[in-house]
Design a protein around this ligand. Sequence first.
Ligand code: ZN
Length: 224
Amino acid sequence: MKQQDAALVCFSGGQDSTTCLFWAKKHFSRVEAVCFTYGQKHSLEIEVARKIAADAGVPFQLLDVSLISQLDPNCSLTNTSIAMDQEKPDDSYPNTFVPGRNMVFLTFAAILARGKGIYHLVTGISEADYSGYPDCRDTFVRSLNVTLNLAMDEGFVIHTPLMDRDKSEVWELSDELGVFDLVRTQTLTCYNGVVAEGCGHCPACKLRKEGLEKYLRRKKEKQK
Ligand code: ZN
């Protein structure tokens, strides 16, 4: 039976998807989480995600899609012998880009959800920040949504609550949802696998820290 009030969240235990998990809990009465493992360097990420979901009372499922790491040897997230790009190269994407990742994740999420009678999918994809990855763009998500519906003759709806939010606005949303401290102290965004504040110098940590400082400055201004 189709459940209109149920959602499946693509969940990694990072700042963005944790915010999405609680956004989904606010908007749907039944929420489940799917976490993908694909040979990324830090399996701690999975344990962090599992714990946050358990604490939130959200059923958690791990899907192994590590096949994806066998397809492109040039990705620094899955090939440990490659140094991570700290900046975006002028003529291409940084080597932290995993080609096709969001397409694979959302496609598997949709198949999994369908089996559970769930047709709302939630993802933390955002085009406001990051390195301009092509599969973080709204147009890609809309296109895939149509494709999934055509592929399975269904009415999936992909929700992207963070699409237009920069990192400071993601912090703001977590505050509105009452999980600012949880996101700040329990999530793992760092490419070097350090929970909460992270290593402080990888691109993900820089983005997270800059967003946090910007949000806290804005909040302080408002309170004056
Ligand atoms: Zn870091």
